[in-house]
Design a protein. Structure first.
Length: 133
């Protein structure tokens, strides 16, 4: 499977986080499944024209979260899905994500009803349609 990453070098979000986010989305939507192999650090770094340490950091973060597993000499693979966070931690992370979202959108002066409508629409699209890798 050839994955097409969409990386924005000038973005305030670090490139390793952009890589992580796309892999997380592909896992969440089922585009990447348990056992699927990710590109090697070197191959992905060359594809994206980034430092290999950037890709290694993204893979390391995903490994720490239990989303991928590294097998020496074989590569990095999507791990079996399991919940590693407690309910309390999941809700804490949700609150943090919501705060970041509202911090980013508060200045737009869009009514809450419109934001909620668009969130529901985007969520439906996000969780029912797999993005193309």
């Amino acid at each position: 499977m050839s994955l097409r990453f969409d990386i924005t070098p000038g973005s305030p979000q670090p490139i390793y986080e952009q890589i992580e986010g796309q892999i997380r989305r592909w896992i969440a939507t089922g585009t990447l499944k348990e056992g699927d192999q990710l590109p090697s650090v070197r191959a992905l770094a060359e594809q994206l024209t980034v430092n290999p340490n950037t890709v290694a950091r993204a893979y390391s973060e995903l490994t720490a979260e239990g989303l991928v597993a590294s097998h020496a000499g074989r590569g990095v693979f999507i791990a079996a899905r399991r919940q590693i966070y407690s309910e309390e931690e999941r809700l804490r992370r949700l609150s943090c994500a919501m705060k970041r979202f509202f911090d980013e959108t508060a200045f737009l002066d869009i009514p809450l009803a419109e934001i909620l409508r668009r969130l529901e629409e985007a969520g439906t699209d996000y969780f029912t349609h797999s993005p193309k890798p």
